[in-house]
Design a protein around this ligand. Structure first.
Ligand SMILES: *Cc1c(COP(=O)(O)O)cnc(C)c1O
Length: 434
């Protein structure tokens, strides 16, 4: 396929797959095999020294998983992608790949709870310090906080759970002026609403568990390499390390930059982290995400329009003290939304419940349609009391910094009828205050 010429909706159902190479199967086959025949000893030698690319062992690569990787890379205009077993594996592998052996990651307080926990509990033990800005909406604060050993800026394009929007282009410029990459978690937006690489992001991460898959049936993650960052600038010696398994014909070891110049970051994740740390995505789960992707635009469009209706309804309720979403009245992110997310700022948001903690519990327990659980971006509408659950591991001070107040309720809007969702919320508000 001359994939560069096709639009988004064609790529999302076709990119990365040619039926003629798979027994003419129309639906992408699930290659449930741990390993692949090497064929003959000559071919084995070529595969193992990467002079010919092919499948050897499914921990490292697999044809079903490879379709998912190519498809999502094409949707975001990336040079290559690596699929991994979860969004958390995508976050940790990316940040270890850039800062392993010591260094700092510059980030904000407004992040997914699991990411914050891993920064608190694990990264420092691997020699990686995390600098977290409180003034995350002030790009100059990022510039001033970059230190000699800062290895990357890491942000969520739309933050979990309060849906603040990052000024991607400005942050990319600041990162590049300092010879470091901008790594973004684009889970909330999906490539349908936002392509961060167009605004200068170097690495894009997804939890495909969320809206990318969209059906709440698989845990998966992706790491996309724009191919644009210069990893040979002297700050990242790990890309110049020479490996025996990358040797040339005369047996001289070569570096990742030499062998995979088009997408060295993605290849290094695969060659080292996926191979040795092993958070592999199964072919079956890759298949589920591929099926979800086929309807990405249609789903996200309806979720955005449902979300705008629900927000209007909540704005009319006196039991709602605030709403955090770029589409809500008075949101400070209107300008950034216009620039980065003209099609909508996704379907997850928070609101303040004006009532006691008891009344919050009664409200949640009274809901009949909304599912009470921790996922988001699902076909179904979901609700959760973040301070007690998704951000429950954080101390009250950390919750405050992440913008999680005790009255916070998070909603992820699905594909049901908006009117039914509004009626459900309405009857639950009534029951909460009996
Ligand atoms: C859920 C989530 C993750 C973690 O993804 P898993 O697939 O659950 O491991 C990372 N980042 C964001 C923004 C998320 O919402």
């Amino acid at each position: 396929m001359g994939e560069n010429n096709y639009g988004f909706d064609t790529l999302k159902v076709r990119a990365g797959y040619n039926p003629h190479k798979h027994n003419y199967a129309v639906s992408v086959p699930i290659y449930e095999t741990a390993s692949f025949e090497l064929g003959n000893t000559e071919r084995a030698g070529k595969l193992l020294s990467f002079s010919e690319l092919g499948f050897i062992y499914s921990r490292v690569s697999n044809p079903t998983v490879a379709v998912l990787e190519e498809r999502v890379a094409s949707l975001d205009g990336a040079a290559a992608a690596v699929a991994v077993g979860s969004g958390m594996a995508a976050v940790t592998y990316s940040l270890l790949n850039v800062a392993e052996g010591g260094g700092r990651i510059l980030t904000t307080q407004k992040l997914y709870g699991g990411t914050i926990d891993s920064f608190n509990k694990l990264f420092p033990k691997y020699g990686i310090q995390i600098d977290r800005l409180e003034e995350s909406d002030n790009s100059e604060a990022f510039r001033n906080a970059i230190k000699e050993d800062t290895k990357a800026i890491f942000i969520e394009t739309i933050s979990n759970p309060n849906a603040s929007i990052a000024d991607i282009e400005t942050l990319a410029n600041i990162a590049h002026e300092n010879n470091i990459p901008l790594i973004v978690d684009n889970t909330f937006a999906t490539p349908y609403l936002l392509n961060p690489i167009k605004f200068g992001a170097d690495i894009v991460i997804y939890s495909a568990t969320k809206a990318l898959g969209g059906h709440g049936n698989a845990i998966a993650g992706l790491i996309l390499d724009s191919g644009n960052f210069n990893w040979g600038n002297g700050k990242f010696p790990q890309f110049d390390e020479k490996y025996h398994n990358l040797r040339d014909k005369s047996g001289n070891p070569r570096s990742i930059l030499k062998v995979f110049p088009k997408a060295p970051f993605a290849f290094r994740v695969r060659l080292n982290y996926l191979t040795y740390f092993g958070a592999t995505l199964s072919p079956f789960d890759a298949y589920l995400i591929l099926i979800g992707l086929e309807t990405l635009s249609e789903r996200v469009q309806k979720q955005v329009s449902n979300t705008e209706k629900i927000i209007k309804y909540l704005e009319s309720k006196d039991k709602v003290s605030w709403i955090k979403h770029p589409s809500a009245e008075g949101s400070p992110y209107k300008k950034l939304k216009e620039k980065y997310l003209p099609k909508g700022a996704a379907s997850t948001f928070t609101f303040g419940f004006k009532g006691s903690l008891d009344e919050i519990d009664k409200f949640i327990d009274a809901l009949k349609i909304f599912s009470y659980q921790a996922n988001l971006g699902d076909a179904r509408s979901l609700i959760i009391n973040s301070p007690k659950t998704t951000h429950g591991e954080l101390t009250p001070k950390e919750q405050g910094l992440a913008g999680i107040t005790p009255d916070t309720i998070r909603i992820s809007i699905g594909l049901e009828e908006a009117d039914d969702l509004i009626s459900d919320l309405e009857q639950a508000f009534e029951k909460a205050f009996i």
